[in-house]
Structure formats: structure tokens, C-alpha cells
Design a protein around this ligand. Structure first.
Ligand code: ADP
Length: 424
């Protein structure tokens, strides 16, 4: 019976440099992981011996050991096996190379490595970033994590790009703590939906980060790890080149794609080190549906937290007259109608004031930090996000879900294409 399955306990003895991989697919399933003896890590975060870690549906995990260990799984996994072949030694070598650059940077008071991880979807880019950040922080470094993947981003909500300072290893079952993230609103699931906007935001995030690195010496020498999206052909490749420029990237790790590796060797300046890395056999491919679910889950976590770390958002009403809601991108005008000096593609990053209407229902809105509602508003970062849960045209007010209580920190809001159905 189901109850029996929940109590299944399996023990795994891992040789040095092996990893236990497991996946939980079944909804509402819980699996508990405990390190019994030896030492082990999950994507670069060390497990504490005897402590129990909880994973839920959707988890795809590898428990890797350098020295060998015994671990126990309790509960029903859909997949679980031990793999002896992993690229972890190569990833560790990358970390060692980056750390050598940090030591040099410290000596010469220059910037540490600006390292970008690229490759197609589902090759473990985010996982490699996490491993490298964890190894860096375990050695006392304080790197920045930059994520420019709009659709599957790990900072704030989908439809944004941003950065966090990493001061502690990622939590095994929750990822990196997100204190004071630096977030820019794009509002789309894919950078191709508004390339002009996305490039502008990359440039803006790049220059803000440049300033931040100058302020903090420890972070400056620690450098950045930059995660990118899996779109690597055509326009996607242009975005990669733009990211390289915007962040002054000097190390590129290319996962799995030799063709992309060769293109980047050809197209990057001499001082950029381009390194090819194989993907791990454990990386699991995700369907389009699974990507959509991941986005929903990210937004849900933004408002409600995780089972272990619940958040309690607020719901309140906002008068139409108390806010200004903008959408980014005006309809294109023929060249002959454009004001002098304006380029035809400028309309893509223009702000358009919208009248609140039932079409806003379920949409995310970012709350801008901007003081003025001119076109530069898109270049200012966000205070946070709210979700429209009701539009009352008669009473001229919105109901919103917000992480913070009333009032909103600013009355300037930007509309996102992303939606969230609040089922609480
Ligand atoms: P990408 O960023 O390239 O899209 P991810 O790093 O998000 O890929 O990896 C995809 C999925 O595979 C994630 O759910 C991750 O937890 C899982 N994964 C990565 N490496 C391993 C591994 N060695 N064993 C098991 N699962 C893994």
C-alpha cells in the first residue's frame, strides 16, 4: 500500500567520487535524506551528518562524495541509482582556476573572475553555477551570482534578471538565501519577446554590478558567476555576446556544446578564457510543461515561501487613482511619423500608461524604485512584485497580493506578461 511505500528506507554506500542520484516525480511525495557516515555534498553544499533533509515533488538531486559515505533515503523516489562517472573533478578544477584568479586579484587589487556559464537547455548550467558559488563561499569568498535567464531564473520571479551577493552556501533543499536581491523587470518569459529591452537591461545590470564591485573589496576580488538562458542560436547567440560585453566577462564555461565553444573561441577577445565542460549524465531534461510548472512554483515561493520557510503575503485594495501602471513597448510608428532623432526600434522600450482594466487580472506588477515616470524608469531596479487578484471597475480599485503590508513603497508599477493564479 501507499503507506508502506512512504516508509521505504534504502541505504546507499558510495565509493569516493561517486554520486547518488534521485528524482521525485509523484505529487505530494516527500523523501528524507540523511548522511549516516563519511562526508557528502549536494551541488557543492556539505551535508551535516545525522541531519535530515526533506525533498518534495520535482526534486532532481545528486549526493556526491569526495571521500566516500553512507546515506539513507526514506520515502518513495521515482528514480534512484548510484553513478560512478561524474564531471565533478573537472568542475572542481574550474573552481581551482577561478580561485587562482581571485588570489591574483587580491594581490593586485583588481577585479576577480567574471565567469559566464553558457550552453543549451538542460545541461546543468544552474547547477554548475551553484557548485562554483558554493565552493567559492566555502573558501571565504563573497561572489555575486548574476542570473540573466528570464524564464527559469532563480532570483526573484520569472521575467526578471538580477543578482544576489552570496555569503553562505545554498541551503540543501531551498537554494541560496535571497536577501536584498538586485532585480530588473523585463516582463517576458523569453528575451526574444523584446530583444531591445532585454539588451538594455543587461547593459544596466552590468554597469550597476561594476559599481557594486568597486564598493566592496572582498566581493571585487571574488568576482561574479553569471548564469545564462539556454537559447544559443541566432538571436540567442547575440544575447550571449551582449552579456559577455555588459559584464566584462573574462571566463566562459561552455557546457556540452562543442559548436558553441568554437563560436565563442572565434568571437571573444583574446583575454577571455573559453573552457569546454561536459554535462553531467545526471542532468534531467525538462518538458515545456515542466518549465511552466517551475515558473509557477517560483512565483508561488516568492509570495508564500517554501514548506520549511513559509511566508505570509498580504492582500489589500489599491485605488486606480493611487497608482500608475505602465506597459513597456509602444506600437510601432512608421518612420515618417517619428520625432526627429528617434530610431524606429526605440518604441520597444517606451513606456505606455495603461488604464486599469480586467485584463490585468492574475498579472504580476513590479513596483519600481524610480522617482520619475519617464522612459528611464525601466532602468531602475524593482522594490518587489505584486499580483493582481481582482479588478473592480465599478469601485475603481484593484485587489493585490503583496509580500509587504500596505502601502506600496511606490506608486509606479510595470506590467509583466507573467501570470499567477493564487489558489490559497
Ligand atoms: P540548466 O540550468 O542547464 O537548464 P539545471 O542546472 O537546472 O540545468 O539542471 C536541470 C535539472 O537537473 C535540475 O533539476 C537539477 O537539479 C538536475 N541535476 C543537475 N545535475 C544533476 C545530477 N548530477 N544528478 C541529478 N540531477 C541533476
Amino acid at each position: 500500500s501507499g503507506d508502506d511505500k512512504k516508509n521505504i528506507i534504502s541505504e546507499f554506500k558510495l565509493d569516493p567520487e561517486a554520486e547518488l542520484r534521485f528524482e521525485i516525480e509523484t505529487k505530494n511525495e516527500k523523501v528524507l535524506l540523511t548522511l549516516k557516515s563519511g562526508s557528502a555534498e549536494v551541488f557543492g553544499t556539505e551535508l551535516v551528518k545525522g541531519k535530515t533533509y526533506e525533498f518534495t515533488s520535482g526534486a532532481k538531486i545528486a549526493v556526491f562524495t569526495w571521500q566516500g559515505c553512507i546515506v539513507e533515503l526514506k520515502g518513495k523516489t521515482d528514480v534512484s541509482y548510484v553513478a560512478k562517472e561524474t564531471p565533478m573533478v573537472l568542475y572542481m578544477n574550474c573552481h581551482a582556476g577561478l580561485d587562482q584568479m581571485r588570489l591574483n586579484a587580491e594581490k593586485n587589487n583588481t577585479k576577480g573572475p567574471m565567469c559566464m556559464v553558457v550552453g543549451p537547455n538542460d545541461v546543468g548550467k544552474s547547477t554548475v553555477c551553484r557548485i562554483l558559488l558554493n565552493y567559492a563561499v566555502r573558501m571565504g569568498r563573497r561572489p555575486l551570482y548574476v542570473d540573466v535567464d528570464l524564464g527559469q531564473g532563480q532570483i526573484s520571479v520569472p521575467g526578471t534578471i538580477g543578482s544576489i551577493l552570496v555569503e553562505r552556501p545554498a541551503l540543501i533543499d531551498e537554494g541560496f538565501p535571497q536577501e536584498a536581491p538586485l532585480v530588473y523587470h523585463d516582463g517576458h518569459k523569453s528575451p526574444g519577446d523584446n530583444p531591445a529591452l532585454y539588451k538594455k537591461l543587461l547593459t544596466q545590470l552590468g554597469s550597476t554590478i561594476k559599481d557594486r564591485l568597486e564598493i566592496n573589496k572582498k566581493t571585487k576580488m571574488s568576482g561574479c558567476i553569471i548564469n545564462t538562458c539556454g537559447w544559443i542560436k541566432g538571436v540567442g547567440y547575440k544575447f550571449i555576446l551582449h552579456t559577455m560585453e555588459a559584464f566584462n566577462v573574462n571566463v566562459i564555461l561552455v557546457l556540452d556544446q562543442e559548436r558553441l565553444y568554437n563560436e565563442l573561441v572565434r568571437d571573444s577577445p583574446r583575454f577571455v578564457k573559453v573552457v569546454f565542460l561536459p554535462k553531467s549524465g545526471g542532468v534531467v531534461e525538462r518538458s515545456k510543461g515542466a518549465r511552466g510548472e517551475y515558473r509557477d512554483q517560483r512565483i508561488r515561493e516568492y509570495f508564500y515561501g517554501t514548506p520549511k520557510n513559509a511566508l505570509y503575503p498580504h492582500s489589500f485594495e489599491v485605488k486606480f487613482s493611487d497608482v500608475k501602471i505602465f506597459k513597456i513597448g509602444a506600437p510601432a510608428l512608421p518612420d515618417s511619423c517619428l520625432p526627429l532623432g528617434m530610431k524606429a526600434r526605440d518604441h520597444l522600450t517606451k513606456l505606455v500608461l495603461i488604464t486599469p482594466n480586467p485584463g490585468l487580472l492574475h498579472h504580476l506588477l513590479s513596483v519600481s524604485f524610480s522617482e520619475k515616470d519617464d522612459d528611464d524608469m525601466i532602468l531602475s531596479h524593482c522594490a518587489g512584485f505584486i499580483c493582481v487578484t481582482n479588478v473592480d471597475v465599478e469601485r475603481q480599485q484593484l485587489t493585490v497580493l503583496s509580500p509587504q503590508p500596505k502601502p506600496l513603497p511606490n506608486n509606479l508599477l510595470l506590467l509583466s506578461e507573467l501570470q499567477f493564479m493564487d489558489s490559497h
